[in-house]
Write a protein that binds this ligand. Structure first.
Ligand SMILES: C[S@@+](CC[C@H](N)C(=O)[O-])C[C@H]1O[C@@H](n2cnc3c(N)ncnc32)[C@H](O)[C@@H]1O
Length: 340
């Protein structure tokens, strides 16, 4: 999965000849579906800025910024509606894909030196934000066989095709994970374990002196994710807005993803000093953060019927019960700055 997504030459996210996002691409994330997503998060960020007692400078780090839609929407909204917050904001884009970085650079040029590109940076006070990052981390796949717990590896058969093969667990952390979260697999059941999410959170927690970690993604609690009623796990691939039947068929040609285990992200965060302050479905979170007020404001300044229609369609996608946003969740964790 790591090679299929991130190989410097052939990895799906690294390729410059591939339209990944948007209507022409393989999938559309919330920031591309509606400008209200990033605008509403900008309102929320402005509120957090007040909660943090209006620091003279603060940093928003976005990890896995994709094509930069979210960054552009947040910076634009802060600049127009919250100029004092915008003046204090340094926006750091942390993106492994060189191709995505190039696109984001072009897109954010108007925000000048408010924007920086970097790996995970230490920040004194601010926010670490990500949307659909954790689901794109490479996962381990485990299966219960008659011999016990095994890991699924990728092998090549005599015809040269990629096939699944079982073998011993590649890391003692995997058995430790099953103990920690009381994972009991039925015979033949397959699950994914996202150890990279633990490693990423540990890095983020070590960099953030004070402020918030906000993670938006689709997932479920551990018990639901690993329920024997879901015998095949959640690993899946998308191409041109449809599921790919066999994730091994053409690596590098499509996105591969798995659902986030929120029990894990919350528990690991707590151990690292990140307290859960909010956890809600994305539609409820956006409504509470002021999506409808932002919609009114944007509708009143929209100049054409086309702009108004696009705003209302986007709003519907973000808040309709049973719609796309209701299957996503928002987790907000806080590290209180220790005074030394
Ligand atoms: C599913 S896309 C989401 C893009 C964007 N957040 C959006 O909502 O449209 C995941 C992005 O995360 C990036 N990514 C994956 N692992 C990363 C990591 N460890 N650090 C930074 N970016 C990463 C990928 O290159 C890709 O651009």
């Amino acid at each position: 999965m790591k090679a299929a997504l991130y190989d410097p030459e052939h990895g799906y996210y690294q390729r410059s000849d591939r339209e990944r996002w948007g209507r022409e691409g393989d999938y559309r994330t919330s920031p591309e579906r509606s400008q209200l997503f990033s605008a509403t998060f900008a309102l929320y960020f402005a509120r957090l800025y007040e909660e943090l007692e209006r620091p003279a400078q603060w940093t928003i780090v976005e990890c896995g910024a994709g094509d930069g839609s979210f960054a552009a929407g947040v910076l634009q909204t802060l600049a127009v509606q919250f100029p004092a917050v915008f003046a204090a904001t340094k926006y750091v884009v942390c993106e492994v894909s060189q191709d995505a970085q190039r696109r984001v650079r072009e897109r954010l040029v108007e925000f000048g030196d408010h924007v920086q590109f970097s790996d995970l940076v230490p920040i004194d006070i601010g926010i670490y934000f990500s949307n659909e990052l954790l689901d794109a981390f490479p996962v381990h796949r485990l299966v219960r066989t008659e011999q016990g717990l095994s890991e699924l590896y990728v092998n090549v058969d005599s015809s040269g095709a990629f096939v699944w093969a079982t073998g011993p667990l590649s890391s003692p952390r995997l058995a430790g994970f099953c103990d920690t979260y009381s994972v009991e697999l039925a015979q033949g059941q397959v699950i994914e374990i996202n150890l990279a999410a633990d490693d990423w959170l540990a890095q983020v927690a070590s960099k953030l002196a004070g402020g918030f970690v906000i993670t938006v993604d689709y997932g479920a609690e551990s018990a639901e994710l690993y329920d024997p009623a879901r015998p095949k796990g959640t690993l899946r691939a998308f191409s041109r807005h449809s599921f790919v039947d066999d994730v091994l068929s053409q690596p590098g040609e499509y996105d591969i993803t798995s659902s986030v285990n929120w029990t894990q992200v919350k528990a690991v965060g707590e151990k690292l000093g990140l307290k859960v302050v909010d956890f809600a479905s994305q539609d409820k979170f956006l409504l509470q953060a002021g999506l409808l007020e932002e919609l009114d404001q944007q509708l009143s300044s929209a100049e054409t019927e086309g702009q108004k229609a696009s705003l209302t369609t986007g709003a519907r996608e973000m808040i309709l019960p049973g719609g796309m946003a209701s299957s996503f969740q928002v987790l907000v964790q806080r590290r209180v700055k220790e005074d030394v």
